[in-house]
Design a protein around this ligand. Structure first.
Ligand code: PMV
Length: 296
């Protein structure tokens, strides 16, 4: 029996839209921060059977498909009993596919005794879920085409909070979103905008221009939301409460001239990233939001 934990990550420049949907090659570069405290633990044990056994019904098909891909790649006929759990509350609407596929890939490689490079592990994991390839790197991961790397920036660690406004299961999966965005008229220039923002964000991080970084990160998640809303069949992950939280954060920045980086994933919850020296601000803001929402 082998057990492995891997962290999830939150994108500051988003991966949205694929060049190749089998190998999960993105149309544009993305930059993420690895959330070391939010992990999936996968436990595999070899069983004497012709198919895998899974203790959960969620996302089964996608996980088994990834195991099939790995089995074929490494030419093994081993089948497994699979257990998987997150150390963050499940059903809180947080994307866990990055940590799940990273942990499943790592665990598979351990149980079949294959010691390969982190680049190869990350590339294999990418086939299961694109964003999972970034979870092998940190604190910041830069992903472009088939290449992923850790990138050194002046910030070593952020304080991360999520304002959980809804834990409803999302109606549009991220895989569906990746193809729907291509029907938006805004998609034609999406790569240009994302690459420009990436360059500007790296520059503002290097200069430690926090307000500029906040503005770019905000523009970037709003760009992704705009792609959703302007696709041929418009859709959105935001709830009324998401707007409430975003509005409160914008006001906070306006009043104080300071605040956290704010971003959202393909979901209704709002991610906050504070610098380490903003710990008291992080506590204060999170306790204020706790009056209405779950904050993790
Ligand atoms: O890894 P996937 O296919 O679930 O894509 C996730 C994409 C976003 O989470 C919406 C953005 C990102 O870059 O992580």
């Amino acid at each position: 029996m082998i057990e492995v934990s891997m962290p999830t990550n939150i994108a500051l420049i988003k991966y949205m839209g694929k060049k190749d949907s089998i190998a999960n090659i993105p149309d544009n570069s993305s930059l993420s921060y690895t959330l070391d405290d939010l992990k999936t633990t996968v436990n595999l044990s070899v069983i004497d059977a012709e198919q895998d056994q899974w203790d959960s019904t969620e996302d089964q098909a996608r996980f088994i498909k990834h195991l099939d891909f790995l089995r074929q790649k490494f030419n093994t006929k081993k089948y497994f009993k699979i257990k998987s759990h997150n150390n963050f509350p499940s059903g809180c609407g947080l994307a866990s596919s990055a940590s799940s596929f990273a942990a499943l890939t790592e665990c598979f490689l351990k149980i079949i005794n294959r010691d390969i490079s982190v680049e190869e592990k990350s590339a294999l994991s990418r086939h299961g879920s694109g964003s999972s390839c970034r979870s092998f790197y940190g604190p910041f991961a830069l992903w472009s085409g088939e290449k992923v790397e850790s990138i050194a920036l002046p910030y070593k660690k952020f304080i991360h909070h999520v304002i959980v406004v809804s834990s409803d299961k999302k109606l549009i999966s991220s895989s569906q979103a990746h193809s729907l965005v291509k029907t938006s008229l805004l998609y034609a220039d999406r790569k240009i905008r994302a690459e420009k923002r990436l360059a500007e964000l790296l520059e503002s991080f290097k200069k430690q221009d926090w307000q500029k970084s906040y503005e770019i990160v905000w523009q970037e998640f709003q760009d992704m939301m705009a792609l959703f809303e302007t696709s041929e069949k418009p859709f959105s992950y935001l709830k009324l409460s998401s707007y409430f939280v975003l509005d409160a954060l914008r006001d906070y920045w306006h009043v104080h001239g300071d605040g956290p980086l704010v971003t959202m994933d393909a979901g209704p919850n709002v991610h906050l990233l504070f610098r380490e020296d903003q710990a008291s601000m992080a506590n204060m803001l999170s306790s204020a939001f706790r009056e209405k929402f779950t904050v993790i």
